[in-house]
Design a binder for this molecule. Structure first.
Ligand code: CA
Ligand code: CA
Ligand code: CA
Ligand code: CA
Length: 366
């Protein structure tokens, strides 16, 4: 009897130990895999309709940027040989898989075969700590960043091969940690298409780290390329140099457009916050925090839901088994109590019989 009860208890303990093993299995958590080819048709999420707003759809973060806000501080003028749409960002999408962080950057119009007029600079702040990381947009931009969003990894997409610019990923000490040929197995992927007006990027997670469970803070500025770096803003435009700025002042921010500014007015205000007399540059203060698990494919979310429901039914099965075992334990307890009572009856009966025999023997002796 006691052995049976012990076995029941051991079985219960065993069932409880199974529970965490089942819950702790590795869940899939990423967004989707993108072919970095300049064709945006593999980005399938539904974009918001209001400019300067964002959403998450089909495993993609999607920002829609205002059309025609590519004015810098409000007075920047495109080079005279340019079309005047080259630095007007209109859409940003972000997703990731186990190997890459993917970004789609769409422009108002990239003239045929002229994607390299456009210069892009991206910061990814991973620790979200004040004054931690690099505080300037990469690509020789002369544009500083708000102390809250200094980056651990920066990406410059500027045609040409100028140190500190070029097409590369930098770490916070300005060392190139990836480009289009390095690391060999997972290089930085870049593709453009002037028909779709898109530039697609694949940034290797082997270099910038795993975003699982993290919130990453993104900054994006767009300008024009000249001589392999971001084009400085001069006083008057030339064929390939923009104008509308002060004369030879490096503090004129060479950003035509920013992502994540809530309006054209606020963007222009921010890009006008520099002080040439004291050499104080603009500090861009528009960034976007993305909880990377929020960018998950609906199929992954469905997987999670069915996993939860599966676990719930497993828990319910275990509860049934526990309750059945409790019944058995209770029956065993009853049997044990009965046996104990019987023992008392036998004991009392034995004493009575003993006394009776003693009494009879005593009488016979008289
Ligand atoms: Ca694609
Ligand atoms: Ca824009
Ligand atoms: Ca940082
Ligand atoms: Ca903008």
């Amino acid at each position: 009897m006691k052995e049976k009860a012990l076995l029941s208890m051991l079985l219960l303990l065993f069932l409880f130990t199974l529970l965490p093993i089942r819950i702790l299995g590795p869940p899939p958590t990423t967004g989707s895999t993108i072919t970095v080819d300049g064709d945006p048709s593999d980005w399938v999420g539904t974009a918001p309709t209001t400019p300067n707003t964002w959403t998450i759809s089909e495993g993609e973060f999607i920002w829609i940027d205002e059309v025609g806000d590519d004015t810098g501080n409000g007075s920047w003028i495109y080079p005279t040989a340019f079309q005047g749409t080259e630095a007007d960002l209109v859409e940003v999408r972000i997703t990731w898989d186990e190997n890459y962080l993917y970004m789609l950057l769409k422009f108002a119009d990239l003239p045929d075969g002229q994607w390299n007029r456009t210069a892009i600079s991206i910061g990814i702040d991973q620790d979200l700590a004040d004054r931690s990381g690099a505080g300037w947009f990469p690509g020789w931009t002369g544009v500083a960043i708000d102390e809250r969003a200094w980056w651990e990894y920066g990406i410059s997409i500027v045609a040409g091969n100028v140190p500190g610019a070029g097409i590369a990923v930098y770490n916070q000490t300005w060392k190139v940690v990836a480009n289009t040929t390095y690391p060999a197995e997972t290089p930085l992927l870049v593709a453009n298409n002037t028909d779709t007006d898109c530039i697609e990027l694949g940034i290797p997670l082997s270099v910038i780290g795993d975003p699982s469970g993290k919130t990453w803070r993104f900054l994006i500025m767009v300008g024009l390329q000249r001589g392999g770096i971001f084009a400085a803003i001069g006083k008057s435009p030339t064929a390939d140099a923009p104008g509308g700025g002060l004369d030879d002042e490096w503090v004129d921010p060479c950003a035509f457009d920013l992502a994540f500014a809530p309006s054209k007015t606020e963007q222009e205000t921010n890009l006008g916050e520099f002080d040439p007399a004291n050499d104080i540059p603009v500090k861009v203060r528009f960034f976007m925090d993305i909880y990377m698990y929020s960018i998950m494919m609906p199929s992954v979310i469905e997987g999670f839901k069915s996993r939860i429901s599966d676990l719930e039914s497993q828990v319910s099965d275990l509860q049934d088994q526990i309750s059945s075992l409790q019944d058995q334990v209770s029956t065993l307890q009853d049997e044990l109590n009965t046996a104990k009572n019987m023992q008392i009856i036998y004991l009392v009966g034995g004493i009575v019989v003993g006394l009776l025999i003693g009494f009879l023997i005593g009488r016979r002796k008289r």
